[in-house]
Design a protein around this ligand. Structure first.
Ligand code: ADP
Ligand code: MG
Ligand code: ZN
Length: 491
C-alpha cells in the first residue's frame, strides 16, 4: 500500500470510586432502577455546589504515575458547555488547559506510544429509547460518574497496535484497581482518530474521528475500514473531510455523523464553583509519593520477571501477567515448593523443574476447571500449600498423570488435602517392581502375536503391549517402569 495510517486514541474510563465525582451519591454502574442514585447536584439543580471527589483525583494521579506521566503542580476544572438531554446542567465539568497530568507513555510490543494527557471529568446520564415508543426516557444514575480521559499522540501505526494499546491500558487500570474497565458495560469507551498519508510524507492528512467504540474488535475493525475508505477516496482524486463518524457493527462500516462545520464551540471557561487543585505541593491535600508507593508491579514488568526468575516461556509469562490473581497463586505455590525442597534437603536445581510443572498444571488443568465452572482463582478452594504438595507428589512419581487429573478435580471440588485424596481414591502410582512384573508377565503371555511382531522388528507392537499393561493396572502402574521392564523381557 502506498499510504501509511496515523492514529491517535482518546479513551474514557469510568473510575470505580464509592461516590460520584461532585456529590455524595453512590457510584454504582450496575444500578438497574432508573434515577435511584441522584441528588440536586448531579441532576443539575441551579444553586447547588459541586465538591470534587478526592478518591477520583487520587485514582487519576495513580494511573498517570503508572504510565510515567508528569503530575501537574496546579490543575483546575473547566466547564464545557453544550446542550443534550442527558446533561441536565447544560455543561459538563471537565478539564481544558490544566489537566491533572501530561506526558507519559505505554509500551506496545516494544514500541513506546506517547500519551498527551490524562484528565478528569464527569460522565453524562443515559437516554433510554423504549421499543416502538415515540419518546425517550432519561436515566441520570450515571450522571456525575468520575470519568478519566486519556489522549495519545498521533503515533499509533496500525489497527492492531491501536487494539493492543487499548488492551494494555485496560489491563493496567484493572491492575491498579481504579476501574473494572469492562468495555461491554461501557466502563471503558474508545475513540479513534485516523488519517492517512503517502508513505514517507511528513505532513499528516486530514483526520476522521470514530466515536463510541465499545469493544476491542470494534476498535480494530473500524480503523481497518476507515483506512481503506480513506485510501479509496484519495485514489479517486477526492479529499478527506474532517468529520466524526460512527461504527455500525452489523454492517461493519463507519458512517458520517457530524462534519467539522457542525462541530460545537464548547466555550470552555474555568469552573467557578470549584477551587483550583494543588497536586504536588508538600503538605497539600494529595500525597503523590504515597500514591506512587501504592502502585503494584505492572503487567509488562511482571511478564519479564516471570521469564527471568521462573524461566517460563514468553507465552506462559504473558498469560500470568494478564491475570494478577493467577500470578499471585503461582508465586505462592512456588514459595511453598522452595520451602519444601529446603526442608527435605533436596537439590535446589529441582525447583526449576517443579516451577515449570506448576505453571503447566495451572495453565492447563486448573484453568480448565476454573473455566468449566465459571470461577476465578480467587474463589478456588485449593490452597497454595495443597497445590504445592500435589506438584511434589507428581514429581516424586507417587501419582501418575491420569491420577493427577483425578486428584486435581477432587481437590477442586472438596478443597481436600492431596495425601488424603491419594489414600481415599487409591490413586497411588504403582512403581513396585514385583507387582509390575506380575502384570507384564501376564500381558506377554496373553499377547503372543504382538510379542512376535515386536521381536521381528515391528516396534509399534511395544506401544500396544504398554497400553495393555497400563489398562491391566487400571492406569496406576508407573509407565516408565512398565516400558523398561517390557523392553528388558522382550530382549
Ligand atoms: P481535536 O481538537 O479535534 O480533538 P486533538 O489535536 O485534540 O484534536 O487530537 C485528538 C486526537 O487526535 C489525539 O489522539 C491526536 O493524537 C489525534 N490526532 C491529531 N491529529 C491527527 C491526525 N492528523 N491523524 C490522526 N490522528 C490525529
Ligand atoms: Mg478531542
Ligand atoms: Zn448526586
Amino acid at each position: 500500500m502506498k499510504y501509511e495510517p496515523v492514529i491517535g486514541m482518546e479513551v474514557h474510563i469510568e473510575l470505580k470510586t464509592k461516590s460520584k465525582m461532585f456529590c455524595s451519591c453512590a457510584n454504582n454502574p450496575d444500578e438497574i432502577q432508573p434515577n435511584k442514585n441522584i441528588c440536586p447536584v448531579c441532576i443539575g439543580y441551579p444553586g447547588t455546589l459541586p465538591v470534587a471527589n478526592k478518591e477520583a483525583i487520587e485514582d487519576t494521579i495513580k494511573t498517570a504515575l503508572a504510565l510515567g506521566c508528569r503530575i501537574a503542580e496546579h490543575s483546575k476544572f473547566d466547564r464545557k458547555n453544550y446542550f443534550y438531554p442527558d446533561l441536565p446542567k447544560g455543561y459538563q465539568i471537565s478539564q481544558y488547559d490544566q489537566p491533572i497530568s501530561e506526558g507519559g507513555f505505554l509500551e506496545i510490543n516494544g514500541r513506546k506510544i506517547n500519551i498527551t494527557r490524562i484528565h478528569l471529568e464527569e460522565d453524562t446520564g443515559k437516554l433510554v429509547h423504549p421499543n416502538g415508543a415515540n419518546y425517550s426516557l432519561v436515566d441520570l444514575n450515571r450522571a456525575g460518574t468520575p470519568l478519566m480521559e486519556l489522549v495519545t499522540e498521533p503515533e499509533i501505526k496500525s489497527s492492531q497496535e491501536a487494539k493492543e494499546f487499548c488492551r494494555q491500558l485496560q489491563l493496567i487500570v484493572k491492575y491498579l484497581g481504579v476501574s473494572d474497565a469492562d468495555m461491554e458495560k461501557g466502563h471503558m469507551r474508545c475513540e479513534a482518530n485516523i488519517s492517512i498519508k503517502l508513505v514517507g510524507q511528513k505532513e499528516f492528512g486530514t483526520k476522521v474521528e470514530i466515536k463510541n467504540l465499545n469493544s476491542f474488535r470494534a476498535v480494530e475493525r473500524s480503523i481497518e475500514y476507515e483506512i481503506k475508505r480513506q485510501a479509496e477516496v484519495l485514489d479517486d482524486g477526492g479529499k478527506i473531510v474532517q468529520e466524526t463518524r460512527g461504527w455500525n457493527a452489523d454492517e461493519q462500516k463507519t458512517y458520517s455523523q457530524r462534519k467539522k462545520e457542525e462541530a460545537h464551540d464548547y466555550r470552555y471557561f474555568p469552573e467557578p464553583d470549584l477551587p483550583p487543585l494543588n497536586l504536588t505541593k508538600k503538605a497539600g491535600l494529595f500525597d503523590v509519593e504515597k500514591i506512587r508507593e501504592s502502585i503494584p508491579e505492572l503487567p509488562l514488568f511482571k511478564k519479564n520477571r516471570f521469564i527471568n526468575q521462573y524461566k517460563l516461556t514468553e507465552e506462559n509469562a504473558r498469560i500470568f501477567s494478564e491475570d494478577k490473581e493467577l500470578a499471585n497463586f503461582f508465586e505462592e505455590i512456588v514459595s511453598e515448593l522452595r520451602e519444601w525442597i529446603k526442608a527435605k534437603g533436596i537439590d535446589g536445581n529441582r525447583l526449576d523443574k517443579l516451577t515449570k510443572l506448576t505453571a503447566n498444571y495451572i495453565l492447563t488443568e486448573l484453568q480448565r476447571l476454573l473455566y468449566k465452572n465459571g470461577n476465578s482463582v480467587v474463589d478456588c478452594s485449593i490452597t497454595a500449600e495443597n497445590f504445592a504438595e500435589f506438584i511434589s507428589l507428581i514429581n516424586e512419581g507417587k501419582i501418575s498423570s491420569s491420577g493427577a487429573q483425578v486428584m486435581l478435580s477432587e481437590m477442586y471440588k472438596t478443597g481436600g488435602d492431596p495425601s488424603n485424596i491419594l489414600d481415599e481414591k487409591e490413586l497411588t502410582q504403582v512403581s513396585d517392581e514385583s507387582e509390575i512384573e506380575r502384570i507384564v508377565d501376564e500381558i506377554i503371555k496373553n499377547n503372543q502375536k504382538s510379542v512376535d511382531d515386536y521381536k521381528s522388528g515391528k516396534k509399534v507392537a511395544l506401544k500396544f503391549l504398554m497400553g495393555q499393561a497400563m489398562k491391566e493396572s487400571k492406569g496406576k502402574a508407573n509407565p516408565q517402569v512398565v516400558g523398561e521392564m517390557l523392553k528388558r523381557k522382550l530382549g
